[in-house]
Design a protein around this ligand. Structure first.
Ligand SMILES: Nc1ncnc2c1ncn2[C@@H]1O[C@H](COP(=O)(O)OP(=O)(O)OP(=O)(O)O)[C@@H](O)[C@H]1O
Length: 371
């Protein structure tokens, strides 16, 4: 897919701007704190209805405004589409081709993006929560039904945790209420786990090949799903049963602690290079390359799932890659993936590797020039 036009109103430090793009490679250049990341973030928000760097939607609204409006025109293989998203402190409204979408999950997926930013190193180095968020955002983008399952699961989880905190049944007393929570939790939990399992399997296949390419065939990357309990079956009803058994085994412990101890809210993702865990033994460079391979694998996976390449958003990451890796990255994608790059100086981008690129200058919330 191709972003032809982007317009923003009262978005962060942009009062009102409009950008038209004609090239596959678009570079936003400017000093620090001028609005380069804000621009990439706005494209991400148009795809996911959420920012990649904050949970607080109100931060996206310009300081002097009550509401922000984002608009994009996207060219797809089979026609174009217009996306409108308005965000107020009270909520969001989303339109596709002028038609308001009752559910935001119907809007997500109209535009696909893959963002690679310095903080993505946290997917490898950070806490399991960061990896779960990565999984949720990426699966949700290609399978909006996943987001529904996830929100149902989270609601049940909160209610179940409240129940665990308030009740103190005897060790062997039957508890009909808990049985109901368990059944509902397992029902949605299994759906989430199965989708995560199949996503990671596909991601692994792409990431392994890409990682070999980036490292000149010297490193074998393995990505493993680490659910809160070992999944022994593929079949959904068997898995459901397994989940219920696990819940019954931790029942007393859960009442003592007042929290749910098994389920996808405790899942993790593990990375190995040549059989050694990257988080523990990987060098800074290996951790960064792992994150890069993961992101590039996502591009291929989205292509496989939706039949089109997503947009690639590279926020201030080119300067961190050596020339060989930059070349690999740009060569692989410049023909087929529309890419948006931010940088503080053009000297860190190997422009000679690019066939055609548009350069936009970003200064104090204004964007100018195209070449
Ligand atoms: N809600 C908001 N309203 C107005 N301005 C905002 C808002 N949120 C952030 N800003 C401003 O946006 C600017 C930061 O923009 P951004 O993060 O895009 O910078 P950048 O050009 O990517 O810089 P760097 O090169 O340092 O990453 C800051 O000056 C910040 O004060």
């Amino acid at each position: 897919m191709f972003l032809n036009r982007l317009a923003l109103r009262h978005y962060r430090n942009y009062e009102q701007i409009e950008i038209t793009t004609t090239n596959n490679v678009n570079i936003f250049v400017g000093p620090n704190a001028q609005g380069k990341t804000n621009l990439l973030e706005s494209i991400y928000v148009l795809a996911m209805t959420k920012s990649h760097r904050t949970h607080q939607d109100k931060e996206l609204i310009g300081w002097n405004g009550e509401q922000t409006q984002l608009y994009a025109e996207i060219q797809k293989k089979y026609g174009s589409c217009k996306l409108d998203l308005s965000i107020t402190t009270k909520g969001k409204k989303a339109k596709i081709n002028g038609l308001e979408q009752k559910k935001l999950s119907n809007f997500i997926g109209a535009l696909n993006v893959v963002m690679f930013a310095p903080e993505d190193l946290e997917i490898v180095k950070g806490t399991p929560g960061v990896r779960r968020r990565f999984l949720d955002m990426e699966i949700g983008q290609v399978q909006p039904s996943y987001l529904y399952d996830l929100s149902q699961y989270q609601k049940i989880l909160v209610q179940r945790n409240n129940y665990l905190k308030q009740s103190f049944p005897g060790k062997s007393t039957p508890d009909a209420m808990l049985d109901i929570w368990n059944e509902q939790l397992a029902q949605y939990g299994v759906k989430i786990m199965k989708k995560r399992q199949s996503f990671i399997k596909k991601l692994q296949q792409w990431a392994e090949t890409i990682h070999r390419g980036i490292t000149n065939d010297s490193e074998a990357l393995l990505i493993r799903y680490a659910p809160s309990f070992e999944i022994e079956a593929e079949d959904e009803s068997v898995l459901l049963n397994q989940f219920m058994i696990k819940l019954s085994l931790v029942r007393d412990q859960e009442f003592r602690r007042g929290v749910t101890l098994v389920g996808p809210h405790r899942d993790d993702l593990l990375f190995y290079i040549n059989d050694k865990e990257v988080q523990t033994y990987g060098s800074q460079g290996q951790q960064r390359t792992t994150a890069l391979s993961l992101k590039l694998a996502e591009i291929e996976l989205i292509h496989e799932e939706v039949g089109e390449y997503p947009l690639l958003l590279l926020d201030d990451v080119l300067s961190e890659l050596d020339e060989y890796r930059q070349t690999q990255l740009i060569r692989t994608f410049q023909q087929k993936v529309q890419t948006f790059i931010t940088t503080t100086g053009l000297e860190s981008v190997h422009l000679d590797q690019l066939d055609h690129a548009s350069v936009f200058h970003v200064l104090k919330g204004n964007v100018s020039g195209r070449s």
